[in-house]
Design a protein around this ligand. Structure first.
Ligand SMILES: NC(=O)c1ccc[n+]([C@@H]2O[C@H](COP(=O)([O-])OP(=O)(O)OC[C@H]3O[C@@H](n4cnc5c(N)ncnc54)[C@H](O)[C@@H]3O)[C@@H](O)[C@H]2O)c1
Ligand SMILES: O=C(O)[C@H](O)COP(=O)(O)O
Length: 416
């Protein structure tokens, strides 16, 4: 009887944090029907219980995939972050188990850029305070501390996908744009790169942060950096809560050094809608506080749902790891009527020749082969003629340094 891959209906997919329905629809359209779709995140213990028989997990920025969670996730094949950031996932723990992690690096950049631009204008006009007072029946009609955006300098720290998109939108409104990045980057439009963060802090009327969460960006902006900013400067952070020392920012605002701030991400964020949000910034004038919604637009979420689901489906169906954030990137064109072996191993010399020795000893003809490695892991995709016995697969599993072997039988797809 012809060998069959695990039926798609048996491949279990767990989607957390209200991942958009577009992801569910993509899986269903591709034949994957065993989907659990939760509106919330799960804490570590609950996740450990729920993830044991899960093949693919999808999450957003709140769910922590720790070493303990990966240790419990015996069947986990791949992770989809339905967002940009992947700092919530222990990427090393995933890699050491041969599990690729995917994300959506572009789908919500526009949403963040638009929000930041809107906040910059609101803060330049003192709208948060004026609006709050009006709600209380007061009429704060004054031009004091109110400024046009035109001609102001917007300083972008981190000129990646979001920073660069923001740069274009901001210039079209009349901002002068300067940016600081650890990498030398060509500016969009007339934006110009400055040589140091200190220079940017000193020159910008509004400083906005768009760096990833890295050891080098932890607490990047604290007392010392705020002191370097212009008097009446404005700080916006929609990157990660670990980038700004929030107590120092609160002090800068209370003392009147800064005119205002807009903060979307916090060092500690509530785990759900029923947990109180606490922050030293609560109650301060001219401060916009938002609950980590920079990328939360229907447009972005719908696009992210499709983008990441497709990456997981493609990996499940044919082993493609292109755009994975932690894995060697491999895409081998399909060879009709061949079986596909996906061999994931520690990146040490000699594994590929050992795999080929096993294939040769078992008289298995290779139709196509592609190997990619990163510092830790090697990933080889081999398309082979169908005739071989179970002992060949077992021998491949026994190759020293093997982390994982998957077989995609040509009739359908996927096996363990
Ligand atoms: N608030 C939200 O809802 C929301 C939504 C999307 C993304 N984000 C966050 O926004 C951030 C930026 O996202 P992106 O897609 O633009 O990332 P990106 O990777 O495209 O760009 C990040 C840039 O920061 C630069 N950088 C790294 N370290 C730096 C440092 N110490 N100083 C200056 N520059 C540095 C990099 O070189 C890169 O150009 C990420 O932290 C992401 O998680 C938040
Ligand atoms: O990394 C991201 O894309 C943002 O932080 C958005 O995360 P979210 O999907 O949890 O809103």
């Amino acid at each position: 009887m012809a060998k069959k891959s695990l039926e798609k209906s048996k491949i279990k997919i767990l989607l957390l944090e209200g991942v958009h329905q577009s992801a569910v629809d993509s899986f269903l359209n591709a034949g994957y029907t065993n989907i659990e779709h939760l509106a919330t995140s799960l804490d570590e213990e609950s996740l450990i219980e729920r993830i044991r028989d899960v093949h693919f997990v999808g999450l957003r920025s709140r769910t922590q995939l720790t070493e303990r969670v990966f240790a419990a996730a015996e069947k986990l094949s791949a992770v989809g972050c339905f967002c940009i950031g992947t700092n919530q996932v222990d990427l090393e723990a995933a890699l050491s188990r041969g599990i690729p992690v995917f994300n959506a690096p572009y789908s919500n950049t526009r949403s963040v850029a638009e929000l930041v631009l809107a906040e910059a204008i609101m803060l330049l006009r003192g709208i948060p305070e004026k609006s709050a007072r009006a709600h209380q029946g007061e009429w704060l009609k004054t031009a004091k501390n109110s400024h046009e955006a035109r001609g102001k300098t917007l300083g972008i720290i981190g000129y990646g996908n979001i920073g660069a998109q923001l740069s274009v939108l901001a210039e079209s409104l009349g901002f002068n744009v300067i940016y600081y990045d650890v990498v030398t980057k060509l500016g969009m439009g007339n934006a110009s790169q400055v040589g140091s963060m200190e220079e940017l802090l000193a020159r910008a009327d509004i400083v906005t942060l768009h760096v990833p969460d890295l050891p080098s960006t932890r607490w990047l902006i604290g007392k010392e950096q705020i002191a370097l900013m212009k008097d009446d400067g404005i700080l916006i952070n929609a990157s990660r809560g670990s980038v700004v020392v929030i107590d120092d920012l609160a002090e800068g605002l209370r003392e009147g050094k800064l005119l205002g701030a807009a903060i979307d991400v916090f060092p500690v964020e509530p785990k759900g809608a029923d947990e109180e949000f606490t922050s030293p910034l609560r109650g301060l004038h001219n401060v916009i506080l938002t609950p980590h919604i920079g990328g939360s637009t229907l447009e972005a979420q719908e696009n992210i749902g499709v983008e990441v689901a497709e990456k997981l489906i493609t990996y499940s169906d044919n082993g493609t790891t292109i755009t994975s954030v932690n894995f060697p990137e491999v895409a081998l064109p399909a060879h009709p009527d061949k079986h596909r072996l996906l061999h994931i191993h520690d990146n040490v010399p000699g594994v590929l020749s050992e795999i080929n020795r096993v294939l040769s000893e078992n008289d298995i003809n290779i139709s196509g082969q592609y190997l990619q490695t990163n510092e830790k892991v090697g990933y080889v995709v081999v398309d082979v003629d169908k005739a071989y016995g179970p002992q060949a697969l077992e021998a491949l599993r026994q190759v020293e340094h093997t982390l994982r072997l998957r077989v995609l039988y040509s009739e359908t797809s996927f096996q363990d």
